[in-house]
Write a protein that binds this ligand. Structure first.
Ligand SMILES: [Zn+2]
Ligand SMILES: [Zn+2]
Length: 166
């Protein structure tokens, strides 16, 4: 949603509120499989002594996929964005300020860019996730798979060779 900032851009002390619903496709980081509730963000742009700053809050309910074992698990969090905006195009060149689009800004774009920066590209279902057995593919969080006791004879030969080299 494009937010017109003409009435606050030159007016220090002024603010403009907004409410928008984001397109989930724009927020899909590799670690997220889907969102389970609409992405409704409420926020405002403040002109503080001539500097524009966007703040927004967005409750996010989503399903993450564990990078190690592939199990999906739900996560809910309140995402808070705080993004300084460039009042003119030249200020936007250094990358620290989000550039305006004409006399306004696309608040959906600002919030999704901030969300993606803030979201881990990899995540685990729990810090000590054991992952999958590389041989049989069983999820080792659910218990041992038995590969350790029933060794494939071909692997036993290989291990003997490796032992000799140690
Ligand atoms: Zn896991
Ligand atoms: Zn196994």
């Amino acid at each position: 949603m494009w937010l017109d900032l003409r009435d606050i851009i030159e007016m220090p002390g002024k603010s403009k509120g907004f409410e928008t619903v984001l397109d989930p496709e724009a927020l899909l980081a590799p670690s997220i499989t889907r969102f389970t509730a609409p992405l409704r963000a409420v926020g405002r742009v403040d002109n503080t002594a001539g500097l524009l700053n966007l703040r927004a809050e967005m409750p996010v309910s989503m399903v993450y996929v564990c990078d190690r074992c592939g199990v999906e698990f739900p996560v809910s969090r309140l995402f808070e964005a705080q993004v300084p905006l460039a009042a003119d195009a030249e200020d936007g060149d250094d990358g620290e300020l989000y550039p305006l689009d004409g006399d306004g800004v696309d608040v959906d774009d600002v919030i999704s860019a901030s969300f993606l920066l803030d979201t881990d590209m990899k995540c685990l279902c729990r810090p000590d996730c054991l992952g999958l057995c590389p041989r049989c593919g069983k999820n080792l969080n659910e218990g041992p798979c038995g590969c350790e006791t029933e060794r494939d004879p071909r692997f036993a030969v290989l291990e003997q060779l490796l032992d000799k080299n140690l």
